[in-house]
Design a protein around this ligand. Structure first.
Ligand SMILES: Nc1ncnc2c1ncn2[C@@H]1O[C@H](COP(=O)(O)OP(=O)(O)OP(=O)(O)O)[C@@H](O)[C@H]1O
Ligand SMILES: [Mg+2]
Length: 278
């Protein structure tokens, strides 16, 4: 049996868009015919898991069928959130093994904001880390320290160090040729901030070389990325049959953005372009 491709959504900053990207990548993969298992390590919020529960309920209520991921049992999330780190890691490892035993193509792990032991354990399992960051120096701070006066890049900072540590752990466990592909993408880009964005991009490119990540195509701020959440649907699911909201050019553009992101992740044959007609 081949090993599943392990994707971790990570960024210690809360609210950067990890869970949003997670549900879009999972639904995109499912529509590309891949089998996917999901592990939601945001034990308190469980946004990703809730999304797929919404999906099951919406599909049942509307008589539609769509692919679903495999969800290994991790028990009561709130109780687990209060458990100690050793128990949390043991539960995560069990869930991971259960997912791998299904023979799925991909395992996608959503992590909470903040530096937790279980999140670090997940990062050390990653083949690929996808980090969304908002288009601001506040978020950039987690990747690199910037001089407050000159805005020059001083050194990599906390989240970069966590990824560095994960890379080290992985090399120890699997040999020094085992690498983690790290893709950083800006999320919720605002058109009005063009100048700020340009400076940010320059710094990201510099830092990318120093700490070893790739800069991927970002996602704009769009209502469509959040409005389908209650239905358990994303822009990847929309078709002539499934369109709980009126489909517009913004949906077409959003699907194209997702397509670009997934191609940058190395996932070919991803989403077909969306047809607005009908
Ligand atoms: N590209 C986007 N366009 C519009 N809204 C977005 C976009 N990305 C994220 N959001 C919204 O921003 C909020 C935070 O996003 P999300 O929950 O995905 O972040 P997170 O990194 O998972 O947060 P946490 O660290 O709390 O788990 C949500 O309300 C989400 O709907
Ligand atoms: Mg989240």
């Amino acid at each position: 049996m081949t090993q599943p491709h392990v994707i971790v959504l990570g960024n210690e900053k809360g609210g950067a868009g990890k869970s949003t990207l997670a549900i879009h990548i999972v639904t995109g993969l499912l529509h590309a015919g891949r089998s996917v298992a999901i592990i939601d390590l945001d034990l308190r919020q469980r946004s990703m898991q809730r999304f797929f529960q919404n999906r099951a309920a919406w599909l049942a209520a509307n008589g539609h069928e769509l692919p679903q991921p495999f969800v290994p049992d991790m028990g009561d999330g709130k109780a687990l959130a209060k458990a100690d780190a050793v128990d949390q890691i043991a539960t995560f490892e069990r869930a991971f093994e259960e997912a791998a035993a299904q023979g799925v193509d991909c395992i996608l792990i959503d992590t909470p904001g903040g530096d937790t032991a279980v999140s670090n354990a997940a990062h050390a399992r990653a083949d690929q880390i996808v980090t969304p960051m908002n288009d601001s120096f506040v978020d950039f701070d987690l990747l690199g320290d910037v001089d407050p006066v000159t805005l020059e890049l001083l050194k990599p900072s906390i989240y970069s160090e966590s990824v560095w540590e994960a890379r080290k752990q992985r090399a120890i466990a699997q040999g020094r040729h085992a690498t983690i592909d790290w893709l950083v993408v800006t999320n919720r880009l605002a058109v009005a901030e063009a100048r700020n964005r340009k400076r940010l991009e320059e710094r990201m490119t510099k830092l990318a070389k120093r700490v070893g990540f790739r800069v991927g195509p970002g996602l704009r701020d769009r209502v469509i990325y959040r409005e389908l959440f209650p239905f358990g649907l994303t822009v990847a699911d929309l078709s002539n049959d499934i369109r709980p909201v009126a489909v517009s050019l913004a949906h077409v553009a959003a699907r194209q953005e997702m397509r670009n992101l997934m191609m940058a992740m190395g996932l070919e044959q991803v989403l077909s372009p969306l047809d607005v007609a009908a």
